[in-house]
Design a protein around this ligand. Structure first.
Ligand SMILES: NC(=O)c1ccc[n+]([C@@H]2O[C@H](COP(=O)([O-])OP(=O)(O)OC[C@H]3O[C@@H](n4cnc5c(N)ncnc54)[C@H](O)[C@@H]3O)[C@@H](O)[C@H]2O)c1
Length: 316
């Protein structure tokens, strides 16, 4: 690359929740950003504020079809992330993860680009160890209703590591734990957006099970800082790296915080737990902390306030 010119980066799934924040962060770092999306769950509104930047382009394309561009780096985020969306067309979900990974890895190999995979804590399934370290192989039901996502992402990781071993392709893999923030889809059934919307409408807050199951919630700006730290790490470290916030909250605690911060009159109602819903999920982020000194900074209350503000804007 000639001295002084901008690095070019391809972000698949760039119009989604995380992708739109990643595109914004990369533009701030002076990258030229190519955002590719089929708009299954992504929204043009998410990237609208970026379109005035001459170094930003948006393309409608499905990663299950090959795509070609001259870029220095690829971030592969394309994949519906919430059960309502990934279970809508499970075969397409598997294809997105698996064919998408093959197409992007082939591209990366041909153009000699470094490639990042947005993997997930779902590769651990319903874990038997807490917190989960990257060395844990997981407990996934391969034929359950979540398998299209969990096994699709596991197979994508396999492909990333096989391309790395077989062809020496530079890869970076991050396993993302629950993340929340502005640009989340209001209707994807994820717990933070669900609770906030129900609270803002003063509707009953639906808790699956007895509310004692725990999750850890990472604010989006912390996660995106983790993505770029993983990618920019010049060493051979491929990961997988757990990225998330290790602080654990029960669903009951989360619901109560949301009700208070949204100044809501909502009441709690309890529904049966969906199939294969993990009881606990908490990342061990020691590896990411040691390798590139990354650690999440945003407190749940502060992140919830920003997210509530975003959803108030959507509902008004
Ligand atoms: N948000 C989280 O908490 C979380 C947790 C774990 C993993 N992840 C992973 O991070 C990535 C982004 O998740 P998100 O929360 O932003 O979800 P999202 O649904 O908002 O974004 C996914 C994006 O990918 C696009 N997409 C889906 N299928 C595609 C295809 N075949 N071709 C092109 N584009 C396609 C969607 O239109 C959307 O813009 C996903 O790969 C997801 O698995 C997210």
């Amino acid at each position: 690359m000639p001295k002084g010119s901008r690095k070019r980066v391809l972000v698949t799934g760039g119009a989604g929740f995380l992708g739109s924040h990643l595109c914004a962060a990369l533009l701030k770092k002076n990258y030229e950003v190519l955002c590719l999306d089929n708009f299954f769950t992504g929204k043009k509104d998410n990237v609208l504020p970026l379109t005035s930047n001459p170094y930003f382009e948006v393309l409608r394309h499905d990663v299950t079809e090959p795509y070609s561009a001259e870029v220095d780096e690829i971030y592969n985020l394309a994949c519906p992330a919430s059960p309502v969306h990934y279970q809508f067309d499970p075969v397409q979900t598997v294809k997105t993860s698996v064919h998408g990974a093959i197409n992007l890895l082939d591209l990366a190999l041909r153009i000699k680009a470094r490639v990042f995979q947005a993997s997930t804590s779902e590769v651990y399934g319903d874990p038997e160890v807490h917190p989960q370290q990257e060395t844990y192989w997981g407990k996934v039901n391969p034929i359950g209703v979540r398998a299209c996502y969990d096994e699709g992402k596991r197979c994508a990781e396999t492909l990333f590591f096989d391309f790395h071993r077989q062809y020496g392709l530079p890869i970076k893999v991050a396993r993302i734990f629950n993340t929340y923030g502005p640009n989340m889809s209001p209707n994807d059934g994820r717990v933070v957006s669900n609770f906030i919307i129900q609270a803002l409408k003063n509707e009953d807050i639906t808790i699956f099970g007895d509310g004692s199951q725990t999750r850890s919630f990472c604010y989006v700006s912390d996660l995106i800082a983790g993505f770029t730290a993983v990618m920019e790490n010049s060493g051979d470290a491929t990961g997988p790296f757990n990225l998330g916030n290790p602080e654990e909250f029960t669903m009951l605690e989360l619901a109560e915080k949301v009700i208070t911060l949204a100044n809501s009159k909502s009441r709690l109602v309890f529904l049966p737990l969906p199939a294969d819903d993990p009881h606990r999920r908490k990342p061990d982020i020691t590896l990411a902390q040691k390798t590139f000194q990354w650690t999440p900074k945003v407190k749940l209350e502060d992140g919830l306030k920003e997210t509530i503000k975003y959803f108030m804007g959507l509902l008004s």
